[in-house]
Design a protein around this ligand. Structure first.
Ligand SMILES: [Zn+2]
Length: 257
């Protein structure tokens, strides 16, 4: 069963072919590979084409027991929403942090169970990585993620098409990468994000590194000083707040196709 079968009510707009609303301020050049046009299904997103000064902050690889709560404090103090691409086994370990994310308005995305190179895995293994993670997220917050991000950005085009077809999850990449995992220092991370930010940008960083967290006050305040507002990934794609969506029980997600 595909995930769109699980969607209730008006939340259906989040999934399937309708994910690109007619007339939405999106264009293929900025957001997608040519496949998206051919299939009318959103498959791969690196940024959103818009003139509005909005960005989506995304944080990968958490939750981390120390760093993530510190980041959540910083976001909360500024009333900023972000999207967390969480690793499933970390969700199982720290479900309370994921619950806090959702309670404070953030979006949760699927970043696989054990962070493998998906491009080296077969279809069944890829889906298992995603389904196990969606189930852990559902267990923690009673919501199912509506987008995914492959570890290392590593997924083949046919795999991205497969995940879109089988799970209605677009693959969310990024347009701004401060390479914070190389630990260049907080100042450099902040400077790279501030200089890379543009309307519709999707900004990548990792909430498991202390220097990244310490870069955030200057980054967040700097982006705001540049006139940027902050939206979650679903919101910047033109959808409603993902927490307002209602879903059926998650076990169906893992049912055999
Ligand atoms: Zn990652």
């Amino acid at each position: 069963m595909k995930r769109r079968d699980l969607i209730l009510g008006s939340g259906a707009a989040i999934a399937g072919a309708s994910i690109l609303a007619p007339g939405a301020a999106l264009s293929a050049g900025a957001i997608a590979l040519p496949d998206d046009l051919a299939t009318e299904r959103l498959i791969t997103v690196t940024a959103v084409k818009t003139r509005r000064r909005v960005v989506a902050l995304t944080f990968d690889d958490g939750p981390h027991p120390v760093h993530t709560p510190q980041l959540l404090d910083m976001l909360k103090a500024r009333r900023i929403r972000a999207t967390f691409y969480v690793i499933g086994r970390n969700v199982a370990r720290y479900p309370d942090i994921v619950k806090r994310m959702v309670d404070e308005g953030h979006e949760i995305g699927n970043h696989t169970w054990r962070h493998p190179f998906l491009s080296k895995l077969g279809k069944a293994s890829v889906l298992r990585e995603l389904d196990r993670t969606s189930e852990a997220i559902y267990k923690a917050v009673q919501r199912i993620p509506v987008t995914m991000r492959p570890p290392y950005g590593a997924m083949t085009r046919s795999q991205r098409q497969m995940v879109a077809a089988e799970r209605d999850m677009p693959t969310i990449l990024w347009s701004v990468d401060p390479e914070d995992w190389r630990r260049p220092g907080s100042d450099v991370v902040a400077r790279r994000i501030l200089s890379g930010a543009a309307p519709g940008a999707i900004i990548l960083s990792h909430d498991i590194h202390g220097p990244t967290i310490r870069a955030m006050p200057a980054t967040l305040d700097g982006l705001r000083a540049q006139g940027f507002r902050f939206q979650t990934v679903s919101m910047i794609l033109g959808h409603r707040d993902w927490t307002k969506l209602r879903w059926r029980l998650p076990r169906v997600v893992a049912a055999k196709n």
